[in-house]
Write a protein that binds this ligand. Structure first.
Ligand code: ATP
Ligand code: MG
Ligand code: MG
Length: 406
């Protein structure tokens, strides 16, 4: 039941809506990508109504949303107009107009997580300052404004180092490695120059990357999903293994750091904490996402309560569900565009065909209209008795080998 923008812009009408599902609140989601789509899918199970704000008419979430307002989530007037239709506002992307969310909060609009959290997180440099002030371990970092300050960071941190954009970064777009002093200028150049707002991070010599999804409910209860391992290729999440194959003490330390990080931020919902594990067992926080996250997609099939359902429960004020796994292991494989356009669709279809031949595999296709190289187009989750077995199944899927005899 889709409503047009004109149907839903008065609060009286909104209040008059009958309660059909588990909440009478219309949840407004800023952004309509795959995370918005999976939020809508979880919402439909509980008959929770989601309105999506996204500039693309055929965005991923549109087909599953109760209402889709076509407009920009980084545009103040649009966000204010959208807020009138919703009982609570949340995000599926952090690059939204946080200043407007702050204003709306002052007018009594319920934003979850809080605008202050989005404001801190959407600027990676501010985020690093915030976490280091809260005694959360992070790699050393330094703001840079010109070649002189970049070289100073190089002298302090050594090489390689990571140059990062403060804002609008995702899927590694916003990161550039400099292996030497000579490479600093070209790394800065690929990110658009010093005027873009850049900072440098000391290289984190990690042996594994880990992630923890933390949920906070309206009653302030905190609930953590099992620690997972994330494997990135060219800075983009590629594979997630759940649970992470690391010693118990590492899982416990990772969960503690993730919890502490989220305790320093305001608001309810799920948050993802990306971490580096170093050879000597040290854990450093990489970044936090104030929303469901790629490292939690496996939870749809592998946990009692998925990260998407958990986020909705938290923001509409239902009790949090059980985040623990109901299967021994899960692997999530991202379907990244291999080529632009039709050839990319063809290759993805071939892989999906092979995936569907493996029992206990679930295919998620985000139905994006445009196929681009390295774009997240869908994902595949395999659940089973152990990570070792799942790795074999995944490899056979990727290598086109027959599964017979496995
Ligand atoms: P996301 O899609 O997770 O939002 P992003 O564009 O915000 O990605 P980051 O999370 O900062 O980018 O970095 C992407 C990846 O780059 C990390 O997962 C890690 O593999 C690598 N990376 C980032 N920072 C460092 C660092 N300081 N040292 C070494 N590797 C790093
Ligand atoms: Mg990021
Ligand atoms: Mg990241």
């Amino acid at each position: 039941c889709k409503a047009s923008s004109e149907d839903h812009n008065s609060s009286t009408e909104k209040d008059d809506l009958p309660v059909h599902g588990l909440s009478d609140i219309v949840v407004g989601v800023l952004g309509g990508g795959q995370l918005g789509r999976m939020l809508c899918q979880a919402a439909s199970q509980m008959a929770i109504r989601i309105a999506v704000l996204d500039p693309h008419e055929n965005c991923s979430a549109s087909a599953f949303s109760y209402d889709h307002m076509v407009g920009r989530f980084d545009e103040s007037a649009t966000v204010q107009e959208f807020a009138k239709r919703c009982g609570v506002l949340t995000v599926e992307i952090e690059h939204v107009d946080a200043i407007t969310l702050e204003k709306l909060e002052q007018q009594g609009v319920d934003c979850q997580p809080k605008a202050s959290t989005i404001r801190i997180i959407q600027d990676k440099y501010l985020q690093k300052v915030h976490f280091s002030r809260n005694a959360i371990p992070v790699s050393d970092f330094m703001q840079i404004n010109d070649l002189e300050s970049a070289e100073k960071a190089g002298d302090l941190f050594g090489y390689p180092l990571m140059v990062k954009s403060k804002r609008l970064a995702y899927d590694g777009r916003g990161n550039a490695v400099a292996h030497s002093k000579e490479e600093l200028s070209s790394a800065v150049g690929t990110l658009g120059g010093y005027n873009q707002g850049l900072y440098i991070e000391k290289w984190a010599p990690f042996v594994k990357e880990l992630a923890v999804i933390v949920a906070r409910g309206r009653d302030n209860s905190i609930s953590c999903y099992p620690v997972v391992e994330t494997i990135h290729q060219e800075n983009i999440c590629h594979i997630v293994k759940a649970p992470a194959d690391v010693p118990w003490i590492i899982r416990s330390r990772a969960t503690d750091i993730a919890k502490e990080a989220i305790n320093s931020l305001e608001g309810v919902g799920v948050f993802a904490v990306e971490l580096f594990l170093t050879r000597d067992g040290q854990i450093l926080l990489n970044e936090v996402a104030p929303r469901p996250h790629n490292s939690g997609h496996h939870t749809i099939e592998s946990c009692f309560t998925s990260q998407f359902e958990q986020h909705l429960r938290a923001i509409v004020g239902l009790p949090l569900g059980d985040p623990s796994m109901k299967v021994p292991a899960a692997i999530m494989y991202n379907l990244l565009g291999e080529e632009n356009g039709e050839p990319g669709f063809y290759l993805a279809n071939q892989l999906i065909g092979r995936a569907l031949r493996i029992p206990r595999t679930s295919v998620h296709w985000y139905d994006k209209t445009e196929m681009r190289k390295q774009r997240k187009m869908g994902h595949i989750t395999i659940v089973g008795p152990s990570l070792g077995i799942l790795e074999r199944w995944l490899n056979s899927m990727l290598s086109e080998e027959s599964l017979e005899g496995q």
